[in-house]
Design a protein around this ligand. Structure first.
Ligand code: T1G
Ligand code: NAD
Length: 695
């Protein structure tokens, strides 16, 4: 065994040289990996005793891509293209032996090899588009030559990986192997030598791209098919252009075109935001005072109290993860209604071909409905999702305290109430946490976990671990009204109401946010969630929202009543501006002595988003959120903030906190309203010329 670089070893197995990459945690293509491959190949091809070369990786995965931490830094030698040219140009067959995830530059390394073998569980993908870039080391030129244009477009623009079976089926790998992977790679290489198989250079293949030549309709069709999900993103169109170049141009010219498009994206604001978000999402999993090796409760069984809008969805998450879950209701009728909706949701998914009916029955089989609280006695975690009223919550937790087994985690899905007060209804507040799901709970990926003042490290570690197990992105926050997401949303809502009173209209305000990249604006979102939910909470708190209250008094609760801020045609969710609402708005404005005026879109954007950022600064100062990037993860996964803008705190830094703070002061002066007072943290950072992410 020869050490070629700090992360690449060269070993001989008979007449086959094995280059092994060992760069934990994911064998990213850091400079020393590229150096090791480059020099190792030279050594192996120069060795007369070597007939073939295998590239394999140690650890849990094959190369998972370029080293993202090197982006934006001065390039170092050798570049990835040079490494790939040396692989493909090798006079001896080079075989890639793949396990784990061959992603991005990792898959591009395999595509430069002459042959590829992989284990069944391996995953193969080009996820660069999720970082706002495109495969920049030949992936857009080589992949279409192997899997065909349509499949390549689908893989590159979605960024989603495919599995071993499919990789074999589409010709991405030559053989599925199992057992000792390096040995299997060596055996395959020996077979290639023995059978004098050709050095299959993908750059020379044309049979899979020729059929697409002179057929621009293929690309036009594809553009149409992805238009909705790629709206606002910059990278997908460049990915398509690069594949078009693969069809239209000779290989080396295609590589040049790919490079141009890659560099343009790499320097774009969108990619900087998406790369920031890649690490922000991973940081959110780390709790400074809860070590990563804190043992969570091993959740084998779960329970949910309440099978309403949220309870049903929460139960589905556990069943989807293969965890048996008991659902407790207070009446058979409520239970049947709740589980009926769960079955309907599963059947709808099956009707769209994303589940089989066998899957549906298997998941329904994991959900057991009952009125018997005793059925929760062996649950490892119990999540309460009953009415949002403190007395009911406390009664439920007091009762649960007497039933749940020692060590079980007791969680509440409250969206506004004090988790500490709920915990005080038990004799084990250390076992109580908040697990704030978002509606629809089986779809929305965000999970705002709430630590109470007495929540134990075990309870917190369990909420974070379970969150990931059921496919959520868990973020830990502290106790305050509305936690992080809803608390910031509330500020935006207050300004949305002010803006329509002062002269804007609901559809204008909503358009400003959809143009910004949100899936929908505040008024359409209110209509979707149901205006009665907010109305009931306001009445409970003695708060008012003049226009919203007036609309609710007319029984207009949104989509569920066919009218809210907008009206809706039967069976259609498209919001239609309604003159009746405009009339209500002008009446309320007149009653409040407000002279309505034209409000430009950029002012609308500032007045909706700056107060959110300001509230985010207060949340950070109060340590309700651990770090600014957590706030961004919450907004991207919970509230549809466009990921190519990073999140509210990243976006604020891109504007500059001094400019943002000064604009707040201008609004304050004009409105004469303390609402606009900059948060102390914002003031401090603005004066220091710093950003939220510099802290
Ligand atoms: N570069 C640097 N660090 C990386 C990394 C990468 N490519 N991938 C992961 N990490 C770090 C991550 O930050 C975390 O660090 C640790 O590894 C474990 O990751 C030329 C230009 C492979 C599926 O987009 O999708 O190639 O927090 O928590 O859940 O065309 O990581 O522990 O300090 O995510 O098991 C394309 C990115 C790059 C794949 C494993 N590749 N990675 O998931 O672990 S662009 C990607 C992933 C490119 C070329 C272009 C996942 C994973 P820390 P993790 P995981
Ligand atoms: P819901 O009214 O749809 O469902 C509540 C269910 O709890 C009802 O089916 C009711 O029968 C049941 N229930 C009430 N008391 C019970 C008891 N003592 N024992 C057993 N079951 C009981 O309400 P929801 O929208 O699902 O909200 C539930 C919780 O989730 C609330 O705390 C709410 O604030 C929170 N939440 C709601 C949303 C949302 O968008 N709806 C989002 C996040 C969090």
């Amino acid at each position: 065994m020869t050490k070629i670089s700090e992360s690449v070893d060269l070993d001989r197995r008979g007449r086959v040289a094995v280059l092994t990459v060992n760069n934990p945690p994911v064998n990213a293509l850091s400079q020393h990996v590229r150096r090791g491959l480059y020099d190792g190949l030279a050594q192996a091809t120069a060795d007369a005793g070597v007939d073939a070369i295998v590239i394999a990786c140690a650890g849990r995965t094959f190369i998972a891509g370029a080293d993202i931490t090197e982006f934006g830094k001065p390039p170092t030698e050798p570049g990835l293209h040079a490494v790939l040219d040396r692989i493909e140009g090798s006079p001896k067959p080079v075989v890639a032996a793949i396990h784990g995830t061959a992603l991005g530059g990792g898959l591009e390394v395999t595509l430069a090899c002459h042959y590829r073998v992989g284990v069944k569980a391996a995953r193969f993908g080009l996820p660069e588009v999720k970082l706002g870039i495109l495969p920049g080391a030949g992936g857009t030129q080589r992949l279409p030559r192997v899997v065909g244009v349509e499949k390549a477009l689908q893989m590159i623009v979605s960024g989603d990986p495919i599995g071993g079976d499919e990789a074999l089926r589409v010709g991405l790998i030559d053989e599925l192997v199992d057992g000792d992977l390096a040995a299997a790679g060596v055996a395959f290489a020996e077979k290639v030598v023995r059978e004098k198989r050709p050095l299959k250079k993908i750059r020379d293949l044309t049979d899979k791209i020729a059929p697409a030549r002179g057929k621009p309709e293929i690309f036009a069709e594809f553009r149409k098919s992805v238009a909705r999900q790629t709206r606002g993103f910059r990278a997908p169109e460049s990915c398509i252009k690069a594949v078009e170049a693969a069809v239209a141009l000779p290989f080396d010219d295609g590589i040049k075109r790919e490079r141009e498009l890659f560099v343009e994206l790499l320097n774009s604001a969108e990619s900087k935001a998406q790369r920031y978000f890649f690490f922000a999402e991973r940081e959110a999993a780390k709790i400074p005072d809860v070590p990563a090796d804190t043992p969570p409760v091993d959740v084998k069984k779960a329970a949910v109290i309440g099978a309403g809008t949220m309870g049903g969805g929460i139960a589905m998450n556990f069943a989807n993860a293969g965890i048996p879950v008991t659902v407790v209701e207070m009446s058979q009728e409520a239970l049947d209604r709740g589980l009926g909706i769960v079955r309907k949701n599963y059947e709808a998914t099956a009707s769209r071909g994303r589940l089989t009916m066998a899957d549906v029955e298997k998941r329904m089989g994991l959900i057991r409905g009952t009125l018997d609280w005793g059925a929760m006695a062996d649950a490892d975690i119990v999540i309460e999702a009953v009415f949002e009223e403190m007395p009911i919550k406390k009664e439920v937790f007091a009762k649960l305290d007497g039933i749940a087994k020692p060590g079980a985690v007791l969680a509440t899905n409250t969206s506004t109430l004090d988790v500490n007060e709920i915990a005080s209804a038990t004799k084990r507040p250390e076992s109580v946490v908040g697990t704030h799901f978002f509606s629809p709970a089986n779809v929305m990926r965000l999970l705002e976990n709430v630590r109470g003042t007495k929540s134990s490290k075990t309870a917190i570690a369990t909420a974070m671990t379970v969150g990931r197990r059921i496919g959520k992105v868990p973020v830990l926050v502290g106790v305050c009204y509305g936690f992080v997401g809803n608390r910031m949303l509330h500020q935006r809502g207050l300004q949305a109401e002010r803006l329509i009173l002062e002269g804007a209209l609901p559809h204008q305000v909503d358009k400003v946010l959809t143009d910004f990249g949100f899936p929908m604006g505040p008024f359409a979102m209110g209509d979707l969630a149901g205006l009665d939910v907010g109305w009931r909470i306001r009445k409970g708190r003695g708060a008012t929202s003049p226009v919203a209250d007036r609309i609710c008094e007319l029984g207009r609760f949104g989509q569920k009543t066919g009218a809210g801020y907008f009206r809706y045609e039967k069976g259609d969710r498209t919001p239609i501006p309604d003159p009746d609402v405009e009339k209500i708005i002008t009446e309320v404005a007149a009653e409040q002595g407000i002279t309505r005026r034209h409000i430009p879109d950029d002012e609308i954007l500032e007045r909706l988003l700056y107060p959110m950022v300001n509230e985010g600064a207060k949340i950070l100062d109060e340590k309700i959120a651990i770090r600014a990037s957590d706030v961004d993860v919450i907004w991207v996964y919970g509230y549809g903030w466009p990921v190519y803008r990073g999140g509210p705190m990243f976006w604020a830094d891109s504007i500059g906190l001094r400019k943002l703070r000064d604009r707040l002061l201008e609004f304050k002066k004009r409105a004469g309203d303390a609402f606009w007072t900059p948060a102390p943290l914002l003031d401090r950072l603005a004066d220091a010329g710093k950003g939220f992410l510099d802290r």
